[in-house]
Design a protein around this ligand. Structure first.
Ligand SMILES: Nc1ncnc2c1ncn2[C@@H]1O[C@H](COP(=O)(O)OP(=O)(O)O)[C@@H](O)[C@H]1O
Ligand SMILES: [Mg+2]
Length: 151
């Protein structure tokens, strides 16, 4: 599914739409957010986390690598692999212990092996003044999801 997001508000609405399309229990779901700098990955992640009930700020995990949120529906782990150069570093950030929640991963290309254990790939790209997002299901459970108004 490909979608044009004309402005920031559309990216925010899309974050809520994806959250709403996922099952009630988000534990174990992994969403890969790719795209160049400024493509909208963090805007999407912030909207998704707020739609799940978080009311405070959503700081960038660039330096902490993981920002955890304990929310009514599940834990959400906002992960940023920008500074990761070796896939083995995932172990040090405790990746395997994050499977009780939903993992939102920015810069997943830093750890190519993640594709094999991820559910959805969201690829953001510049499109004029707005953005395009390409949604690719990676797991069989993701292929059964029903999208709101997919074109
Ligand atoms: N659909 C959109 N159209 C235009 N600008 C957008 C859109 N979505 C997000 N933005 C803007 O793009 C900028 C960078 O977004 P950000 O989410 O930080 O990107 P990334 O995390 O991919 O580097 C922000 O100023 C944000 O408001
Ligand atoms: Mg970002």
């Amino acid at each position: 599914m490909k979608r044009f997001l004309p402005d920031e508000a559309a990216t925010i609405a899309f974050g809520r739409e994806i959250l709403d399309a996922l099952p009630g229990d988000l534990a174990g779901w992994t969403l890969l957010l790719s795209g160049e700098l400024g493509a909208g990955k963090s805007t999407f992640a912030r909207a998704f986390i707020r739609a799940a009930g978080h009311t405070g700020t959503v700081p960038s995990p660039t330096y902490t690598l993981v920002e955890p949120y304990t929310l009514p529906r599940a834990s959400i782990y906002h992960v940023d692999l920008y500074r990761v150069s070796d896939e083995n570093e995932l172990r040090y950030l405790g990746w395997n212990e994050l499977d009780d929640g939903c993992r939102l991963v920015e810069w997943p290309d830093r750890a190519p092996g993640l594709v094999a254990q991820a559910d959805l790939s969201l690829e953001f790209s510049y499109a004029g003044g707005g953005r395009n997002v390409n949604v690719l299901p990676l797991s069989s459970r993701a292929r059964t999801l029903k999208w709101g108004q997919s074109p």
